[in-house]
Design a protein around this ligand. Sequence first.
Ligand SMILES: [Zn+2]
Ligand SMILES: [Zn+2]
Length: 273
Amino acid sequence: MRLTVLGSGSRGNAILLDAGRTRLLVDVGFGVRTMAARLRACGTAPESITGVVLTHEHVDHAQGALDACARWGWPLYATRETLDALPTPVVPVREIVAGAPFSVGDVTGLGALVPHDAAACLAFVFEDRATGFRTGVALDLGTVPPALPGFLSQLDALVVESNHDEAMLRAGPYPWVLKQRILGERGHLSNDATAALVGACAHRGLRTVVLAHLSETNNTPALARTAVEAALARRGRVASSARAAIYTATQRTPLGPIAPRGPRLSSQLELTL
Ligand SMILES: [Zn+2]
Ligand SMILES: [Zn+2]
């Protein structure tokens, strides 16, 4: 399963998971023209997309979803809460439920609710049934629920928000109300919170970590990366730290495609910890 972040941040998010015959998008937070341009820049024809899965209804995740689905005939996978928060779609809809597996072509998806100030917000694990390759996606969550590290275990690749450096946010230019929203339990993850989550999910098979949804005002790629590297080292997962390639996604430029490296190692977890 190849992974491309078409863009990520407060002005738009879209992730392409390419499992060969099945190509799915997680979120369409860009307009149709931008989506077409970025997909084609990554060598993917929009017509070849199998389906769209939405994490939640916020504009930076869903603003282009209905238009793009209508334009290219993509089916839309979302929770009832997310669908109800959007205009009525004129596209094929597949309602999904947290905790219930669903299929998009050759890929099985499973969602878990995460705390965020949306009607509902899901983190996902997507598994390519042909290869067993598992990619986790966790965007937009204010806190890490106790069950989330377990849900995101045994992954080959993880895309996770690392929204802000808490000190930069507190000292930065945002209005106090907005700072409180971002820092709140249903806001966004700090670098330190993300680092702790990645550390808890780390295992020998985790080869790719993409830090996403970085604030352009209250974070830097270097700070986000350093926090994750330090957390991995603190937890004594030196082998994991050395094996996992850590990337930072940006708002303007696609990242990827990132291809799986080496043999799939997730199944060897218990042998190495
Ligand atoms: Zn959101
Ligand atoms: Zn967002």
